[in-house]
Design a protein around this ligand. Structure first.
Ligand code: MN
Length: 288
């Protein structure tokens, strides 16, 4: 059975700023998508923007996360990060960083130094994935997933490739370990390419048109729009009108209560107060 489209959401007229380095269009929860697409909590899309060279590194300064995961997908430009556990790294184009904030962490995210100096096109996505109640207090950790580690599904008839970050397309699996069933695909379609795949009928599903235009089971999806699928149905067909880059996500809903306050996502208001107290008491470590 086909998976039907619920709606196609265009990007907002103006982006918002996260710090001074991330010029983002928010789709989840967004103005339209008030209902949460469990297990996905938040999606910010930094559509391609040409940054001028800067000696001062742009980004977002030290901030906490607790109770969920942040997934950063770099398409153009590089992002550097540091955290309170002493970890640091660079997310280069084509790479993904899957950070499990779990029990709580402080970090900062900013343009990589060399990219800042030269400037140029910057394009990325940050997706927040909820953790089941039983896993909200795991020790914070990262999965640095480089482009060459991803599962590669070749689309028939020279249609392009699916870089499988998490979950699976047919029998091609992605390397990311997840706490609930999640599919996350970086789809590169050539003009006229057609991708057919199936997902479990129980998943919530959506996709972001990062570049290019496509039709999803005949419904047009233009560049920078976000497509929310209805519940039910397994089969999805995507046909590219021109060369297209698409981020597809689906996941088994986590049917647990959500209490959230900024960068803390827990199950009860009591746990939110605890998280704020832990943060203020310096229990997430220190980072300058
Ligand atoms: Mn962050």
């Amino acid at each position: 059975m086909k998976r039907q489209i619920e709606r196609v959401i265009p990007k907002s007229a103006r982006p918002g700023m996260v710090g001074d380095g991330f010029r983002v269009y928010n789709f989840i929860p967004g103005a339209v998508l008030q209902r949460r697409i469990s297990p996905f909590l938040m999606l910010d899309f930094a559509a391609e923007f040409n940054f001028t060279p800067s000696e001062q590194v742009r980004g977002v300064d030290v901030h906490p996360h607790k109770g969920f995961e942040t997934v950063t997908i770099a398409y153009k430009g590089s992002v550097a990060h540091h955290d309170s556990a002493g970890n640091s790294g660079i997310i280069n184009p084509g790479d993904v960083q899957w950070m499990t904030a779990g029990a709580g962490i402080l970090h900062k995210e900013y343009h990589e130094q060399e990219f800042s100096k030269t400037g140029g096109p910057f394009e990325m996505v940050q997706l927040w994935v909820n953790l089941p109640k039983k896993d909200k207090s795991v020790t914070p950790h990262y999965q640095a997933i480089t482009a060459d580690q991803m599962g590669k599904y070749s689309i028939p008839n020279n249609g392009g490739v699916v870089n499988v970050i998490a979950g699976n397309v047919s029998d091609v699996k992605g390397p990311a370990a997840t706490y609930s069933p999640v599919n996350l695909f970086d789809i590169k379609l050539n003009k006229g390419g057609e991708l057919n795949f199936t997902i479990p009928a129980s998943h919530n599903a959506a996709l972001l048109m990062v570049n290019g235009n496509a039709s999803i089971d005949g419904t047009p999806a233009t560049e920078h729009s976000f497509v929310l699928f209805k519940d039910g149905g397994e089969e999805i067909t995507i046909k590219a009108d021109n060369d297209a880059v698409i981020l597809f996500m689906s996941g088994e809903p986590i049917n647990e209560p959500i209490a959230s306050y900024g960068p803390f996502v827990m199950n009860t208001q009591e746990e939110i107060y605890e998280a704020i107290e832990e943060f203020q008491a310096g229990k997430f470590g220190t980072l300058v």
